[in-house]
Design a protein around this ligand. Structure first.
Ligand code: 6PG
Length: 237
């Protein structure tokens, strides 16, 4: 997490130096929580001029923002309540609304913010950083195996009912993620080791392993992985 926090601070400083803002799509789930707490604490909070940081979410559970399952709530508790980021810079996915309405609104917000190469094109300017986790079934964001969002070629945001978690989810699609300047998976724990090996060293089967759809067109792909999660990899870079 320390290494991930240092990497994020460096990427943020680069982005702010270059474009005066740092745009990040945050991952949900449990893995990144300590990372967000680190970013909010003293040694990291200072280098950031938080007024230049724009936070988005890579996905959201369709629950109210105060619900314990909400990715927004997790980030609010771990980070937002501790740093002076201006409210307009917090681009929350409205999990409390009708999923399809909220997904369309989020896509409009992204298109307005990043600009697009025509109605069917990817963002003209991608996120500076998209943080992702890896689910134990190979999903990432809310791109789940055998669901259409994982192989979507046009839409930037989709709402889907996800059987395996029995809830509606809203997610960025690979169209937006692969337009990012940097995409960083943060993966921790031995329970992820086999899946990480499947994704990185197994056959290419993105329908079953949506994390394999993540290949930035021009940006960098980073895997920030602890020893336990890397335990089954044949080749550790
Ligand atoms: C979510 C995340 C999801 C997560 C993986 C890993 O909304 O849950 O976006 O993609 O990153 O499921 O979750 P853990 O970090 O809790 O193992």
């Amino acid at each position: 997490m320390q290494a991930a926090a240092e990497k994020i601070v460096r990427l943020g400083a680069e982005a702010i130096e270059e474009n005066e803002i740092f745009t990040v799509a945050l991952s949900g789930g449990s893995t990144p929580r300590p990372l967000y707490v680190l970013l909010a604490t003293g040694m990291f909070a200072k280098p950031f001029d938080w007024s230049r940081v724009h936070l988005f979410w890579g996905d959201e559970r369709c629950v109210p923002p105060g619900d314990p399952r909400s990715n927004y709530r997790m980030v609010r508790e771990a980070l937002l309540d501790a740093v002076p980021i201006p409210p307009p810079n917090i681009h929350r996915i409205r999990g409390e609304e009708d999923p399809k309405v909220a997904a369309a609104a989020y896509e409009r917000e992204l298109r307005a913010f990043f600009g697009s190469n025509g109605a069917d094109g990817p963002p003209r300017m991608g996120f500076d950083l998209v943080l992702l986790g890896l689910g134990d079934n190979g999903h990432t964001a809310s791109l789940f195996p055998e669901l259409p969002a994982a192989t979507e070629q046009v839409r930037w945001v989709m709402a889907q009912f996800v059987e395996v978690v029995s809830m509606w989810r809203i997610t960025l699609t690979p169209v937006v993620i692969n337009a990012a300047k940097n995409v960083a998976f943060v993966v921790s724990g031995s329970e992820k080791a086999q899946r990480l090996r499947d994704v990185l060293e197994g056959p290419f089967q993105p329908e079953l392993l949506p994390a394999q759809m993540i290949k930035p067109a021009h940006g960098r792909l980073l895997w920030l992985v602890d020893d336990a999660a890397a335990g089954r990899l044949k080749r550790v870079r």
